[in-house]
Write a protein that binds this ligand. Structure first.
Ligand SMILES: [Fe+2]
Length: 227
């Protein structure tokens, strides 16, 4: 999603992020931006999603569990809700674990196939890794939720479904991320070390290897939910 970086949070509305890039790319592809979705409230960057939504006249969407937290109006998304985009449909998949509000977006293009083509996995499933579970505390509980989300909601997808995560190598949102920007469910099931562990081993592995907190995390979260 659009990101606005390197400035103080209380001046967020004046920031210049990469919103224009999204608008330019949409123009080049001759498509309209109908929804702007953040896969969760971000802790590692200032989100430009709300500003982009305002610029293009589209709803800004987050999972419905953010309603008590976020101090401005947004479009609340429900688990299994379908966003209708003509030939393309996007299914909201609630995958708590990295954060309680984390969602993935399962995309089907009926011009290609009736079954899903790819899934945008946010900070839930990375290439070679999974999201960190500790940002809001309760890391053991959240790691367990992440394990359950992965196994119940993503790993049953057909092996050919592609994944497009929110981060690559260098991010502090997980440990051991690949530099490769995409993969498939089948490749990750076979080679992603986190996906072959049982629940207890998964939790133990995640909580013993927690990366540094994002710089200025508290200010970023506060800015991303501020009125
Ligand atoms: Fe994140």
């Amino acid at each position: 999603m659009a990101a606005a970086r390197w400035a103080s949070p209380w001046r967020l509305k004046w920031l210049r992020g990469d919103e224009a890039w999204f608008i330019d790319e949409a123009k080049k592809a001759n498509v309209t931006i109908n929804f702007v979705v953040d896969t969760h409230v971000h802790a590692d960057h200032y989100s430009g999603g709300r500003k982009l939504a305002h610029m293009v006249g589209a709803p800004y969407c987050l999972h419905e569990s953010d309603t008590p937290l976020v101090r401005f109006a947004f479009e609340p998304l429900r688990d299994r809700q379908l966003l209708d985009l003509g030939n393309v449909s996007v299914e909201v998949v609630h995958t708590p674990g990295h954060t309680p509000d984390s969602i993935c977006l399962l995309v089907t293009d009926t011009r290609r196939a009736e079954s899903p083509w790819f899934v945008i996995t946010g900070d839930t499933l990375f290439v070679g890794s999974v999201g960190r579970p500790d940002l809001l505390g309760r890391e053991r509980e959240m790691a367990g939720q992440l394990h359950d989300s992965l196994h119940a909601r993503l790993l049953h997808l057909p092996s050919e479904v592609e994944i497009f995560p929110g981060h690559q190598a260098g991010s502090v949102c997980g440990v051991g991320l690949s530099g490769k920007p995409s993969s498939t469910i089948g490749f990750e099931k076979r080679w992603n070390p986190a996906l072959s562990m049982d629940r207890d081993a998964f939790i133990a592995s995640l909580v013993q290897d927690i990366p540094q907190r994002p710089t200025e995390m508290d200010r970023m979260v506060a800015a991303n939910i501020a009125a």
